[in-house]
Structure formats: structure tokens, C-alpha cells
Design a protein around this ligand. Sequence first.
Ligand SMILES: CC(C)(COP(=O)(O)OP(=O)(O)OC[C@H]1O[C@@H](n2cnc3c(N)ncnc32)[C@H](O)[C@@H]1OP(=O)(O)O)[C@@H](O)C(=O)NCCC(=O)NCCS
Length: 170
Amino acid sequence: MGDVKTVTVRDATPADLPAVAAIYTHYVLRTTITFNTQVRTPREWIERFETQIATGRYHLVVAELDGVVAGYTETQRFRPKPAYDRSLELSIYVAPDATGAGLGGALYGELLGRLEADERFHRAYSIIALPNDASIAFHERWGFVHRGTLTEAGHKFGRYLDVAYYERAL
Ligand SMILES: CC(C)(COP(=O)(O)OP(=O)(O)OC[C@H]1O[C@@H](n2cnc3c(N)ncnc32)[C@H](O)[C@@H]1OP(=O)(O)O)[C@@H](O)C(=O)NCCC(=O)NCCS
């Protein structure tokens, strides 16, 4: 005993952005989990927060493990055209040394609960670069359904990558 860690989930504030950026930067620079190849600058994180999150349209929710931000989930428009207004793309990243501790579940429990109660949104999408067995198991656990896979749609670190589209009704 004595090793039970406390997980808390809350809306991000601007003060959380460096911790959030550090988590994302790992996945940008070291993995093919995100198709981004360049990190978001601190200025870009702040602009995104001010224009997308603080306005109340989209979400940035963080999970703390024993008081330290170690994961986050965010929403954004699924696609630019107006008919996609009621669809969201979700992203979720837990720090590599904090996976498997329940942070992801705590984040999606909070986010999906909110989205289900929000009449503005009808569908949530998660676009998973393959392979990522943990993310597939996680999304299926949270009610996402596989709707198709694009083959070799991405190219990062010198190789082509497939992407799986997962959909959840809200
Ligand atoms: C995928 C991810 C968000 C899951 O978050 P997590 O905090 O590790 O997951 P949790 O501990 O909350 O586990 C929740 C459920 O996910 C599933 N799961 C999580 N990791 C898994 C793994 N490695 N293998 C199989 N299932 C897994 C399980 O069904 C688990 O349910 P259980 O608690 O009933 O066993 C996290 O591992 C992560 O950030 N990975 C790297 C980044 C990434 O892949 N992001 C998603 C991009 S599409």
C-alpha cells in the first residue's frame, strides 16, 4: 500500500499550457502518434487557448496525478466546412510515464459526459495513427466505433502510416 495516486480532472487554465505543451511535444518529436512534426510554440498555445477554449466553444481538460498535470484532452472542429459544425475531433495525451494509471479514463469520463449534455455537438471523432493498440482499446472502451482506415495517408520519420477513424455518438 501507500502507492495509491490521486487523479483529478479540471479545465485547463493558461498556467497549465507549459505542462500541456511538454506532454504534446514528446509525442510530436518522438512518435508517429500525432502527424504533427513541429511543436506548437508557446505563443500558438496561448492563441489557441484564447480563441478556441476561453470562448467556451471547445475544450481543454487536464488530469493531475498527485497534483501534477500529466495528461490532457482537447476538442477542435472536425473539418472546416459549415456542415461539420456539430462534429468534433478529440485528442488525448497522457505523459508516457503516467499511462495506465486511469488518467485517460478520468479525462474521457469528464469530457464525454459534458459533450453528451451539450446540444451543440452530435458526433465525436478520434483519428488514430496506426499502430496504436492502447488507443484503439481505450477508444473502444469509451464507446467509439471503427468507421474505416485510410492506408498510407501519413508520412513521418521516413515511412507511410495508416489512420483509423473512430466515431462516437454524443
Ligand atoms: C491511449 C491513452 C490516452 C489511454 O490513457 P491511459 O491513462 O493510459 O488509460 P487508462 O489507464 O485510463 O485506461 C483506460 C482504459 O483504456 C484501455 N487501455 C489503456 N491502455 C491500454 C493498453 N496499453 N492496452 C490495452 N488497453 C489499454 C483499457 O481498456 C483501460 O480500461 P481498464 O482501466 O478498464 O483496463 C494513453 O495511453 C496515451 O496517452 N497514450 C499515448 C498517446 C496516445 O496514443 N494518444 C491517443 C492518440 S489517438
